[in-house]
Write a protein that binds this ligand. Structure first.
Ligand code: HEM
Length: 504
């Protein structure tokens, strides 16, 4: 005989569990209603996450059109306050950066793995110490020291391009990525991988693995829906970033650092500078010192080295690919740039740091390309205390998102926003560009620390490339460019390069 009372107890428990689970899934979704902020309707557990399927930028554009300058979305259960109001952006990125908006999205230490003390992730006082220790490495004086190294790699890149079968079109990111990696590794640790000629070097294969993840991978979905389960998974060795690659880099960097410790002279690089001001773990947490503590611990040095590799590799090669695509599809602008290059650096004339930095049109074209196709379509800051900005109360703990792509395409801020017009960044028109509406490298104290380094290595490559080659679209070039969810080309950008010696 069936015991009815035990059946009903079981059912009651099941119903209770489902109810509790449902409440867990929708609990935070009243957040923006309470604040009177509009936004798309969230799904239980998922929030508005699935709307990214149409592309993060398209979703942001759609919301801006529907809701105006401020709206709320949910990555799973996490509320994100999206803002395009320029006064609010100024407060978040600059004015209140130290007091309230110092940090990015909370990244669980277990999920971030050994990378948790990287500058992009650390918070508050620790971030301030690491940032102030690293900033002196990116002054123009330091960049000038690195310039000859970058030039050697740019030269090698050109030689390699000249060796290729000139009839074959070039998948541009594949071609320039080894240059980015080589410049970053040699200026960071004086290690010459020569990935241009050794595409199977473990540094190359491991870094590629790092960037192979999809926004809708099971791990990201779990991270979004159940952050605590993701911690459990990472303890089991399942992480967002490839664990084997992470281990590879930490081992390799440890070896490079130990070898640097032994060397007494040789070239100066970022690693050597960090080692010179290394502090102990105890010194790093010393609260008795009256002076702000400077320097990095042993592990922090390894992590920042790793951040430089990650920060420098993907971003510069993606930005260069977009720039070359925009130039090839806008031959008038390309012609203008080639004329500037030919005037400043006629064929085979060496490129100097100072002259390179004075190339106005090159800078204008890079800016315009980053406006049309930003490498980072969103910026983020966490609000660490409840504040009121422009009449809006932002509760402590709220993640604030700035959709740079939306700002870059706003017709109220830019004439013909979908067209490639470097002229808008000319010295005469530049004053009309609002700095809070154009932030390809972020803004304020927590902006991109490698900005000047990135610009230097990108400018150098473009000049060398256009000194030696003409660039054109070909039948393999996808026009217009179709981008995936995270603003990467669906089909690799492919262009035709012809040696100028054959054409001129
Ligand atoms: C075209 C190339 C690059 C672009 C478009 C780019 C863009 C950005 C952006 C948008 C941010 C976030 C800024 C913010 O939150 O306000 C950032 C942060 C950062 N970038 Fe870059 N970046 C580039 C190259 C580099 C390079 C070459 C390095 C290192 C050598 C680097 C190192 C960093 C670091 C360390 C941060 C975090 C800074 C902090 O938290 O204090 N980036 N970058």
């Amino acid at each position: 005989m069936i015991d009815l009372s035990s059946v009903s107890v079981t059912w009651t428990l099941v119903v209770l569990l489902i109810t509790l689970l449902f409440i867990y899934g929708v609990w935070p979704h009243g957040f923006f209603n309470k604040l009177g902020i509009p936004g798309p309707r969230p799904w239980p557990f998922l929030g508005t996450f699935l709307s990214y399927r149409k592309g993060m930028c398209d979703f942001d554009m759609e919301c801006a059109k529907k809701y105006g300058k401020i709206w709320g979305i949910f990555d799973g259960r996490l509320p994100i306050l999206m803002i395009t109001d320029l006064e609010m952006i100024k407060a978040v990125m600059v004015k209140e950066c130290y007091s309230t908006f110092t940090n990015r999205r909370e990244t669980n230490e277990t999920v971030a793995g050994p990378f948790a003390d990287g500058i992009t992730i650390v918070k508050d006082e620790r971030w301030k110490r690491i940032r102030s220790s690293l900033s002196p490495y990116f002054t123009s004086g330091r960049l000038k020291d690195i310039f000859p190294t970058a030039e050697t790699h740019a030269e090698r890149f050109i030689k390699n391009m000249l060796k290729r079968d000139q009839e074959q079109p070039v998948k541009i990111k594949e071609a320039v990525a080894p240059y980015s990696l080589d410049v970053v590794t040699s200026s960071s640790f004086s290690v010459d991988i020569d990935s241009i000629n050794n595409p199977d070097d473990p540094f190359v294969t491991n870094i590629k693995k790092f960037f192979q993840f999809s926004l809708f991978s099971p791990f990201i979905l779990i991270l979004t829906l159940f952050p605590s389960v993701a911690i459990l998974l990472s303890k089991m060795g399942i992480t967002l970033l490839s664990k084997s690659s992470m281990d590879f880099f930490y081992k390799a960097l440890r070896k490079i650092k130990d070898e640097h410790n032994k060397e007494s002279n040789g070239r100066v690089d970022f690693l050597k500078l960090m080692i010179q001001s290394q502090i102990s773990d105890e010194q790093a947490v010393d609260t008795t010192s009256e002076q702000p503590i400077k320097g990095l611990t042993d592990h922090e040095i390894l992590s920042q080295s790793f951040v430089f590799i990650l920060g420098g590799y993907e971003t510069t090669s993606t930005t260069l690919s977009f720039l070359l695509y925009n130039l090839a599809t806008n031959p008038d602008c390309l012609q203008h740039l080639v004329e500037e290059i030919d005037t400043n650096f006629p064929f085979n004339m060496p490129v100097t740091y100072d002259a390179l930095m004075k190339m106005d049109y090159l800078e204008m074209a890079i800016n315009e390309s980053m406006r049309l196709l930003p490498t980072f379509p969103r910026l983020e800051r966490t609000c660490k205390k409840t504040v009121e900005l422009n009449g809006v109360t932002i509760p402590k703990g709220t993640l604030v998102g700035i959709p740079t792509y939306v700002l870059n395409r706003d017709p109220q801020l830019w004439g013909c926003p979908d067209e490639f017009r470097p002229q808008r960044f000319s010295p005469e028109s530049k004053s009309e560009v609002n700095q809070y509406a154009f932030m390809p490298f972020g803004l304020g104290p927590r902006n991109c620390i490698g900005m000047r380094f990135a610009l230097m290595i990108m400018k150098l490559l473009v000049v060398k490339l256009l000194q030696n080659f003409t660039v054109e679209t070909c039948k393999e070039t996808q026009i217009p460019l179709e981008l995936n969810v995270i603003l990467q080309p669906k089909v690799p950008i492919t262009l035709k390069f012809t040696p100028r010696s054959q054409r001129d």
